[in-house]
Design a protein around this ligand. Structure first.
Ligand code: SF4
Length: 270
Protein backbone atom coordinates (compact mmCIF):
# COMPACT_ATOMS: atom_id res chain seq x y z
CA UNK A 1 0.00 0.00 0.00
CA UNK A 2 2.62 2.48 -1.19
CA UNK A 3 0.64 5.66 -1.78
CA UNK A 4 0.59 9.38 -1.11
CA UNK A 5 -3.20 9.35 -1.16
CA UNK A 6 -3.44 11.92 -3.97
CA UNK A 7 -1.17 14.23 -1.96
CA UNK A 8 -3.82 14.48 0.78
CA UNK A 9 -2.53 12.65 3.84
CA UNK A 10 -5.87 12.31 5.57
CA UNK A 11 -7.48 10.47 2.66
CA UNK A 12 -5.16 7.70 3.81
CA UNK A 13 -7.56 7.06 6.69
CA UNK A 14 -9.87 5.41 4.17
CA UNK A 15 -7.41 2.51 4.08
CA UNK A 16 -8.44 1.67 7.62
CA UNK A 17 -11.90 0.61 6.47
CA UNK A 18 -13.33 -1.98 4.10
CA UNK A 19 -14.77 -0.79 0.78
CA UNK A 20 -18.20 0.63 1.50
CA UNK A 21 -20.77 1.14 -1.25
CA UNK A 22 -18.34 0.60 -4.10
CA UNK A 23 -16.02 -2.08 -5.49
CA UNK A 24 -12.69 -2.55 -3.76
CA UNK A 25 -10.63 -1.37 -6.75
CA UNK A 26 -12.47 1.96 -6.73
CA UNK A 27 -12.11 2.34 -2.96
CA UNK A 28 -8.39 1.66 -3.31
CA UNK A 29 -8.04 4.13 -6.14
CA UNK A 30 -9.58 6.82 -3.95
CA UNK A 31 -7.81 5.82 -0.73
CA UNK A 32 -4.40 4.65 -1.90
CA UNK A 33 -3.69 5.18 -5.61
CA UNK A 34 -0.41 3.81 -6.87
CA UNK A 35 2.44 6.29 -7.17
CA UNK A 36 4.87 6.54 -10.02
CA UNK A 37 8.01 4.42 -9.66
CA UNK A 38 11.21 4.09 -11.61
CA UNK A 39 11.90 0.94 -13.66
CA UNK A 40 13.23 -0.84 -10.56
CA UNK A 41 10.02 -0.14 -8.68
CA UNK A 42 11.44 2.55 -6.39
CA UNK A 43 8.54 4.87 -5.57
CA UNK A 44 8.66 8.62 -5.91
CA UNK A 45 7.73 9.04 -2.24
CA UNK A 46 7.95 6.49 0.57
CA UNK A 47 7.07 6.31 4.28
CA UNK A 48 9.40 8.52 6.28
CA UNK A 49 10.56 5.88 8.77
CA UNK A 50 11.47 3.54 5.92
CA UNK A 51 13.43 6.37 4.33
CA UNK A 52 15.44 6.66 7.56
CA UNK A 53 16.47 3.00 7.52
CA UNK A 54 17.13 3.11 3.78
CA UNK A 55 19.50 6.05 4.35
CA UNK A 56 21.22 4.34 7.28
CA UNK A 57 21.84 1.15 5.31
CA UNK A 58 23.06 3.06 2.26
CA UNK A 59 25.38 5.14 4.46
CA UNK A 60 26.93 1.84 5.62
CA UNK A 61 27.46 0.58 2.10
CA UNK A 62 24.48 -1.72 1.68
CA UNK A 63 22.55 -1.90 -1.57
CA UNK A 64 19.25 -1.04 0.11
CA UNK A 65 16.18 0.49 -1.49
CA UNK A 66 12.50 0.93 -0.82
CA UNK A 67 10.50 -0.96 -3.42
CA UNK A 68 6.81 -0.66 -4.19
CA UNK A 69 5.21 -4.02 -3.22
CA UNK A 70 4.00 -4.51 -6.79
CA UNK A 71 7.61 -4.54 -8.00
CA UNK A 72 9.11 -6.82 -5.35
CA UNK A 73 9.18 -9.77 -7.73
CA UNK A 74 11.93 -8.00 -9.71
CA UNK A 75 14.33 -8.24 -6.78
CA UNK A 76 13.54 -11.21 -4.59
CA UNK A 77 15.63 -13.73 -6.53
CA UNK A 78 18.82 -11.99 -5.40
CA UNK A 79 17.75 -10.06 -2.27
CA UNK A 80 19.09 -11.23 1.07
CA UNK A 81 16.61 -9.44 3.32
CA UNK A 82 13.09 -8.18 2.90
CA UNK A 83 12.21 -5.56 5.50
CA UNK A 84 8.55 -4.75 5.90
CA UNK A 85 6.73 -1.93 7.60
CA UNK A 86 3.03 -1.19 7.82
CA UNK A 87 0.84 1.30 9.65
CA UNK A 88 -1.56 -1.43 10.81
CA UNK A 89 -0.61 -4.98 9.67
CA UNK A 90 -3.67 -6.74 11.05
CA UNK A 91 -6.11 -3.85 11.44
CA UNK A 92 -5.79 -3.97 15.21
CA UNK A 93 -5.38 -0.21 15.70
CA UNK A 94 -8.21 2.29 15.80
CA UNK A 95 -10.00 3.16 13.59
CA UNK A 96 -9.40 -0.08 11.60
CA UNK A 97 -10.57 -2.25 14.49
CA UNK A 98 -13.76 -0.22 14.85
CA UNK A 99 -14.50 -0.40 11.13
CA UNK A 100 -14.01 -4.17 11.25
CA UNK A 101 -16.26 -4.48 14.28
CA UNK A 102 -19.03 -2.36 12.76
CA UNK A 103 -18.96 -3.66 9.18
CA UNK A 104 -17.83 -7.24 9.91
CA UNK A 105 -15.47 -6.87 6.95
CA UNK A 106 -11.69 -6.93 6.96
CA UNK A 107 -10.30 -3.41 6.27
CA UNK A 108 -8.30 -2.95 3.08
CA UNK A 109 -5.04 -2.24 4.95
CA UNK A 110 -5.02 -5.75 6.47
CA UNK A 111 -6.30 -7.54 3.40
CA UNK A 112 -3.71 -5.93 1.12
CA UNK A 113 -0.91 -7.00 3.48
CA UNK A 114 -2.26 -10.53 3.70
CA UNK A 115 -2.37 -10.76 -0.09
CA UNK A 116 1.20 -9.52 -0.32
CA UNK A 117 2.48 -12.14 2.09
CA UNK A 118 0.65 -14.88 0.23
CA UNK A 119 2.14 -14.08 -3.16
CA UNK A 120 3.95 -17.15 -4.53
CA UNK A 121 7.18 -15.32 -5.28
CA UNK A 122 7.60 -14.41 -1.60
CA UNK A 123 7.17 -18.04 -0.60
CA UNK A 124 9.63 -19.06 -3.33
CA UNK A 125 12.20 -16.49 -2.16
CA UNK A 126 11.82 -17.74 1.41
CA UNK A 127 12.56 -21.26 0.27
CA UNK A 128 15.70 -19.89 -1.39
CA UNK A 129 16.93 -18.32 1.85
CA UNK A 130 15.39 -14.83 1.93
CA UNK A 131 15.19 -13.39 5.46
CA UNK A 132 12.10 -11.41 6.39
CA UNK A 133 12.25 -8.72 9.08
CA UNK A 134 9.08 -6.86 10.04
CA UNK A 135 8.74 -3.72 12.11
CA UNK A 136 7.44 -0.18 11.93
CA UNK A 137 4.72 1.51 13.96
CA UNK A 138 2.60 -1.63 14.10
CA UNK A 139 5.43 -4.06 14.86
CA UNK A 140 3.83 -4.86 18.22
CA UNK A 141 0.86 -6.44 16.46
CA UNK A 142 2.88 -9.53 15.57
CA UNK A 143 2.79 -10.53 19.24
CA UNK A 144 -0.93 -11.11 18.71
CA UNK A 145 -0.48 -13.12 15.48
CA UNK A 146 2.40 -15.44 16.29
CA UNK A 147 0.77 -18.07 14.07
CA UNK A 148 1.50 -15.87 11.05
CA UNK A 149 5.23 -15.63 11.85
CA UNK A 150 5.51 -19.27 10.90
CA UNK A 151 2.97 -19.27 8.12
CA UNK A 152 4.53 -16.32 6.28
CA UNK A 153 8.14 -17.08 7.15
CA UNK A 154 8.90 -14.03 9.25
CA UNK A 155 12.36 -14.34 10.78
CA UNK A 156 12.47 -11.31 13.08
CA UNK A 157 9.96 -8.88 14.53
CA UNK A 158 11.37 -5.49 15.58
CA UNK A 159 9.22 -3.55 18.02
CA UNK A 160 10.44 0.04 18.40
CA UNK A 161 12.79 2.56 16.81
CA UNK A 162 15.00 0.64 14.41
CA UNK A 163 18.16 2.68 13.84
CA UNK A 164 20.37 0.96 16.41
CA UNK A 165 19.36 -2.63 15.78
CA UNK A 166 18.97 -2.77 12.03
CA UNK A 167 22.67 -2.78 11.12
CA UNK A 168 23.25 -5.58 13.61
CA UNK A 169 20.49 -7.65 12.04
CA UNK A 170 21.81 -7.08 8.53
CA UNK A 171 25.34 -8.02 9.58
CA UNK A 172 23.99 -11.23 11.07
CA UNK A 173 22.28 -12.11 7.79
CA UNK A 174 25.43 -11.44 5.77
CA UNK A 175 27.57 -13.52 8.12
CA UNK A 176 25.06 -16.36 8.33
CA UNK A 177 24.41 -15.94 12.07
CA UNK A 178 20.98 -16.79 13.43
CA UNK A 179 18.55 -13.91 13.80
CA UNK A 180 16.65 -13.16 17.00
CA UNK A 181 12.94 -13.90 16.70
CA UNK A 182 11.83 -10.74 18.49
CA UNK A 183 13.62 -7.50 19.36
CA UNK A 184 12.05 -4.97 21.69
CA UNK A 185 13.65 -1.53 21.60
CA UNK A 186 13.34 -0.24 25.16
CA UNK A 187 13.65 3.41 26.23
CA UNK A 188 17.40 2.99 26.80
CA UNK A 189 18.00 1.46 23.38
CA UNK A 190 16.63 4.23 21.18
CA UNK A 191 19.02 6.21 18.95
CA UNK A 192 20.31 9.59 19.98
CA UNK A 193 20.04 12.53 17.58
CA UNK A 194 23.49 11.95 16.09
CA UNK A 195 22.56 8.34 15.27
CA UNK A 196 19.47 9.33 13.27
CA UNK A 197 20.34 9.69 9.56
CA UNK A 198 18.91 12.22 7.16
CA UNK A 199 16.56 10.89 4.54
CA UNK A 200 18.00 10.72 1.02
CA UNK A 201 14.77 10.62 -0.98
CA UNK A 202 11.27 12.03 -0.76
CA UNK A 203 8.91 11.05 2.03
CA UNK A 204 5.17 10.60 1.66
CA UNK A 205 3.60 14.04 1.28
CA UNK A 206 6.82 15.63 2.49
CA UNK A 207 6.30 14.41 6.06
CA UNK A 208 9.28 15.16 8.29
CA UNK A 209 9.78 14.24 11.90
CA UNK A 210 10.69 17.15 14.18
CA UNK A 211 10.94 15.36 17.53
CA UNK A 212 10.81 11.92 19.11
CA UNK A 213 9.41 11.21 22.53
CA UNK A 214 6.86 13.37 24.32
CA UNK A 215 7.08 15.29 27.59
CA UNK A 216 3.40 15.05 28.54
CA UNK A 217 3.86 11.87 30.59
CA UNK A 218 0.43 10.31 30.08
CA UNK A 219 0.47 7.24 32.30
CA UNK A 220 -0.66 4.74 29.65
CA UNK A 221 1.79 5.84 26.97
CA UNK A 222 5.05 4.16 25.92
CA UNK A 223 6.21 7.11 23.78
CA UNK A 224 6.66 9.27 26.84
CA UNK A 225 9.07 6.74 28.38
CA UNK A 226 11.57 7.32 25.59
CA UNK A 227 14.10 10.15 25.80
CA UNK A 228 12.85 13.41 24.37
CA UNK A 229 14.80 14.33 21.24
CA UNK A 230 14.29 17.51 19.25
CA UNK A 231 15.51 17.19 15.68
CA UNK A 232 17.80 20.19 14.99
CA UNK A 233 16.38 22.90 12.75
CA UNK A 234 19.13 22.54 10.14
CA UNK A 235 18.38 18.83 9.79
CA UNK A 236 14.67 19.58 9.39
CA UNK A 237 15.50 22.12 6.70
CA UNK A 238 17.83 19.73 4.87
CA UNK A 239 15.15 17.06 4.79
CA UNK A 240 12.61 19.57 3.50
CA UNK A 241 15.04 20.39 0.70
CA UNK A 242 15.38 16.68 -0.13
CA UNK A 243 11.63 16.62 -0.67
CA UNK A 244 11.61 19.85 -2.66
CA UNK A 245 14.42 18.62 -4.93
CA UNK A 246 12.40 15.50 -5.71
CA UNK A 247 9.30 17.47 -6.61
CA UNK A 248 7.22 17.36 -3.42
CA UNK A 249 5.46 20.68 -3.11
CA UNK A 250 4.03 20.45 0.41
CA UNK A 251 5.22 19.26 3.77
CA UNK A 252 4.01 17.95 7.11
CA UNK A 253 5.90 18.51 10.34
CA UNK A 254 5.37 15.45 12.45
CA UNK A 255 5.70 14.78 16.18
CA UNK A 256 3.50 13.50 18.95
CA UNK A 257 2.80 17.12 19.88
CA UNK A 258 4.11 19.62 17.34
CA UNK A 259 3.59 22.67 19.55
CA UNK A 260 5.94 21.23 22.15
CA UNK A 261 8.92 21.34 19.77
CA UNK A 262 11.81 22.81 21.74
CA UNK A 263 9.74 23.04 24.94
CA UNK A 264 11.39 22.93 28.32
CA UNK A 265 9.31 20.22 29.90
CA UNK A 266 5.78 21.38 29.15
CA UNK A 267 6.79 25.05 29.04
CA UNK A 268 6.55 26.30 25.47
CA UNK A 269 9.68 27.71 23.92
CA UNK A 270 8.47 29.63 20.84
S1 SF4 B 1 2.41 10.92 22.96
FE1 SF4 B 1 0.28 11.48 23.41
S2 SF4 B 1 -0.41 9.89 24.83
FE2 SF4 B 1 1.84 9.83 24.80
S3 SF4 B 1 2.53 11.15 26.47
FE3 SF4 B 1 2.44 12.41 24.62
S4 SF4 B 1 0.39 13.35 24.63
FE4 SF4 B 1 0.35 11.60 26.07
Amino acid sequence: MMSNHHGKEFIGFMTTGPPIGMPEFLWMWIAAPKMKTDRLGRPWQAPYAMRKLEALLQDHGYNAAIIDPDHLHKHLDHAKILMLSHHDYFALCPPSSEWWLITKQEPVNARSFRRLMERPYIRRAKENGLKIVVGGPAGWQWLYRVDLWEKWGVDTVVDGEGERIILDLVKKVYSGEPLPRYVFIGPNDVPMIEEIPKIKHASINGLIEIMRGCPRRCKFCSVTLRPLRYIPLDMIEEEMLVNVREGVRGGILHSEDVLLYGAKGLRLNP
